[in-house]
Write a protein that binds this ligand. Structure first.
Ligand SMILES: C[S@@+](CC[C@H](N)C(=O)[O-])C[C@H]1O[C@@H](n2cnc3c(N)ncnc32)[C@H](O)[C@@H]1O
Length: 367
């Protein structure tokens, strides 16, 4: 907080006597968070308009940035000043140029890798798009349909998880399961349930050309995007997508069944798990990815937990309640709950894989 703001807070918190240091600290914290929230929206603008990629080419004046990114110079100038004020950009007053510090380049200006935050920024305006509908759901109960959130939310989610699927899934995640990896190399049948836009399957299809892949999802528009993605990736010959509510079963048997961030969303988790078990070959594997969560909500604290609980309030909870789901929420399936559900569905074993990842936990589940 700048000296001007600090002075204002001191005055406001001390009008009835001596400055109250706790009120001052609380005010500074909240104002800092409010400022950060607006800065994040500016990052969403930077992401949408590819301003960070343009800045990564080298320091730029507002005119140079406007030229590189094909945007209006006056808007570019104000955006640059705002992000320099937030210390995201360096400003050289003598040349009038703004620079993206090297440490921020992989986070903001290089799409498609696990550290990129672009998908997170892209989701932000969509997350608050149906704000009034969420307010209504708070008052009256019920949910908000996934379609109310708009294309950018879904695309932002796809980008976020694609960073994991393109690198971590065929890399360290499957390295933890050498026998499964060998089976996929020889040629196996794979079903991804709740496949969304198909990025996990496409990544697997690239890595294991001898295997065959089916993606199931109940949401038709996601599958249209998935089919387009598979065509673009050149793997449409070995990946197909099927619209289906899997609580009524899958249409084949598989060596590997996967769910990536799906189980906490489904309406009937035990029924879905039973359907997955029935679709597995006797020596098959169910690979289950869920959000990393502590067993008790009181242990889920800190910036990441706040981000995930916030996403839950604004999106995961309303959309799953709209489908009649139990409404676990984004952090509602810690290991103990996963084990309880798998057990209720008749699975023989659940093994938590030694994957170090702040967002996810990966389980090997056997029928
Ligand atoms: C959070 S998204 C995850 C998408 C994708 N796996 C990813 O990580 O990007 C959950 C997906 O599960 C799908 N889904 C939820 N319940 C389902 C069900 N009963 N049958 C099929 N798909 C379901 C939703 O339509 C949604 O696309």
């Amino acid at each position: 907080m700048g000296p001007l703001m600090a002075t204002t807070f001191e005055q406001e918190t001390s009008f009835a006597g001596a400055p109250d240091p706790e009120a001052l600290a609380a005010g500074q914290r909240l104002l800092g968070d409010l400022s950060a929230a607006v800065t994040c929206i500016l990052c969403a603008l930077g992401d949408r308009l590819q301003l960070f990629e343009a800045l990564a080419l080298g320091p730029a004046t507002s005119a140079e940035l406007a030229e590189r990114a094909q945007v209006d110079e006056r808007y570019a100038r104000e955006w640059l000043r705002a992000l320099a004020a937030a210390s995201y950009l360096e400003h050289d007053a003598s040349s009038g140029r703004f620079a993206l510090p090297p440490a921020l380049v992989p986070l903001l200006a290089v799409p498609g890798q696990p550290m990129s935050l672009g998908g997170g920024y892209q989701q932000l305006p969509g997350l608050v798009g149906p704000f009034d509908a969420v307010v209504r759901a708070f008052r009256e109960g019920g949910g908000v349909s996934g379609e109310a959130y708009g294309e950018h939310l879904w695309e932002g989610m796809e980008r976020t998880s694609a960073g994991w699927f393109d690198t971590l899934l065929p890399g360290p995640w499957l390295a933890a399961l050498p026998e499964l990896r060998a089976k996929l190399e020889r040629g196996a049948g794979v079903a991804d349930v709740g496949c969304g836009r198909g990025r996990a399957l496409i990544s697997l299809a690239r890595a294991f050309p001898r295997s065959r892949f089916v993606g199931y999802d109940a949401f038709g528009p996601a599958l249209e995007a998935a089919r387009r993605n598979a065509e673009l990736a050149g793997v449409a010959d070995r990946v197909r997508f099927e619209q289906r509510d899997v609580s009524s079963g899958l249409s084949g048997r598989y060596d590997l069944v996967t769910t990536f961030d799906v189980l906490h969303d489904v309406a009937e988790p035990v029924r879905v798990l039973e359907a997955l078990r029935a679709a597995l070959e006797p020596d098959g594997t169910y690979l289950l990815l869920e959000m990393r969560s502590a067993d008790t909500p009181a242990e889920n604290v800190g910036p990441l937990a706040a981000l995930l609980y916030g996403t839950s309030v604004l999106f995961c909870l309303p959309t799953s309640l709209a489908e009649g789901a139990p409404g676990y929420g984004t952090l509602g399936l810690p290991e103990s709950k996963v084990r309880e559900l798998a057990d209720a569905a008749g699975f023989a074993s659940v093994r938590r894989l030694p994957i170090e990842n702040p967002f996810n936990v990966l389980y090997e589940v056997k029928p």
